[in-house]
Ligand binder design. Structure first.
Ligand SMILES: Cc1cc2nc3c(=O)[nH]c(=O)nc-3n(C[C@H](O)[C@H](O)[C@H](O)COP(=O)(O)OP(=O)(O)OC[C@H]3O[C@@H](n4cnc5c(N)ncnc54)[C@H](O)[C@@H]3O)c2cc1C
Length: 332
């Protein structure tokens, strides 16, 4: 491992930004559950680590007029287990609890979860090529072992998948990410925060150098989303495994018909995948198998499978149908 310097930022975002600004190769470290692994494998080689664990953005605050502000340093466990989140945004709580392990969730932060890197094995293998790690070197996953990879939104430069569960629920819930950096503060929709690979898979999100995620806001949602929701994660093991396919579904029903719908997918794309067009397509239709099957077909219409992950297209359809059915049935 290459030597690096370390500094602990104070309670404010400004102190963290000051500590990182102007320093080439400076990285923030929050829970350390991803960046330390990447450092051990030489995938990420920081010159300077800025520890942000003392930042005072580790609470959930209710926003006047509805919604909540979630501090970036709040642990995944504290967010998932918060009584208000469980009651009002249960799809988020369940998504988080379906990820990693209790110990990891205790350490992992909200900001770190948004920033976690892909689990593509070629990305982790520094002896080989990877356009994300070494731009222009190639994507061995396209012709290689691609079972966990993307079927939507990939490019001929990168087919890795985004691994987060939490972000799938945040995508469905229309979250907004608050950033602070050397150039000031700004807000970005979660759906615009992560970038598709296109020709530049090394650019994974819209963060400018040394910009810090400060919080994530959730707007108020229809009360029905506290009852008619589902987060379904299909994976190789019952726990402690990344998603092959996951779906976050929330429905608002009126007289057996769909008044509004949210649908986002994980494990299938390089970023949390919101099916906004398909949500609109479902509005006014009966909340039944025919509608849900048509929705699943529409989401997967543009899907492209590779040698080892073609199965995800059918699996994705079935996951969507089941998640929508469970959401329609309602959780007591
Ligand atoms: C074995 C294992 C299994 C896992 N399984 C799952 C799973 O099933 N589902 C799932 O969703 N996740 C899973 N995870 C991933 C886990 O959720 C992430 O590692 C965690 O969320 C990262 O948070 P952290 O605070 O530890 O980030 P760190 O490791 O500290 O940082 C990760 C990255 O984020 C950057 N960063 C951190 N905070 C900020 C901030 N506020 N602003 C800007 N940049 C920031 C860091 O610079 C770094 O680049 C798993 C992890 C492991 C190790």
């Amino acid at each position: 491992m290459k030597l690096f310097t370390y500094a602990k930022a104070g309670a404010t975002a400004e102190s963290a930004i000051q500590e990182a600004a102007g320093k080439k190769g400076a990285y923030y470290i929050a829970g350390g559950t991803n960046i330390i692994d990447l450092m051990k494998d030489d995938v990420v080689v920081p010159d300077h680590l800025v520890d942000i664990t003392a930042l005072n953005c580790n609470q959930i605050e209710k926003i006047a007029g509805g919604g909540v502000k979630i501090g970036a340093m709040l642990s995944n466990s504290d967010l998932a287990n918060d009584p208000y989140i469980r009651a009002t945004y249960p799809v988020l709580s369940r998504a988080i609890l379906s990820g990693a392990s209790a110990q990891l969730r205790n350490m992992a932060s909200v900001g770190g979860n948004l920033m976690q890197r892909t689990r593509c094995s070629y990305f982790y293998d520094v002896a080989g090529d990877c356009n994300k790690r070494k731009p222009g070197s190639g994507c061995p996953a396209i012709e290689g072992y691609n079972r966990m990879h993307s079927i939507l939104g990939a490019s001929n430069k990168c087919i890795s998948a985004h691994p987060s569960d939490m972000c799938v629920a945040l995508a469905a819930l229309d979250a907004t990410v608050h950033l602070a950096g050397p150039a000031g503060e700004r807000k970005v929709k979660l759906l615009d925060f992560h970038k598709l690979p296109g020709n530049t898979p090394e650019i994974e999100n819209v963060l400018a150098p040394h910009e810090l995620i400060v919080s994530v806001d959730l707007p108020p949602t229809p009360a029905a989303f506290g009852k008619n929701w589902c987060y379904l994660k299909v994976r190789d093991r019952a726990s402690y495994a990344f998603a092959l396919v996951s779906a976050a579904a929330c429905l608002e029903l009126e007289g057996g018909k769909i008044k509004s719908a949210r649908l986002a997918l994980g494990g299938v794309a390089p970023k949390p995948w919101r099916a906004a067009d398909v949500e609109k397509m479902m509005v006014g239709k009966p909340a039944d198998e025919k509608t849900f099957k048509a929705a699943a077909e529409a989401v997967m219409k543009s899907a492209k499978g590779y040698e080892h992950n073609k199965f995800k297209i059918e699996l994705g359809k079935r996951t969507i149908v089941r998640a929508l059915k469970v959401a329609a049935g309602g959780v007591a």
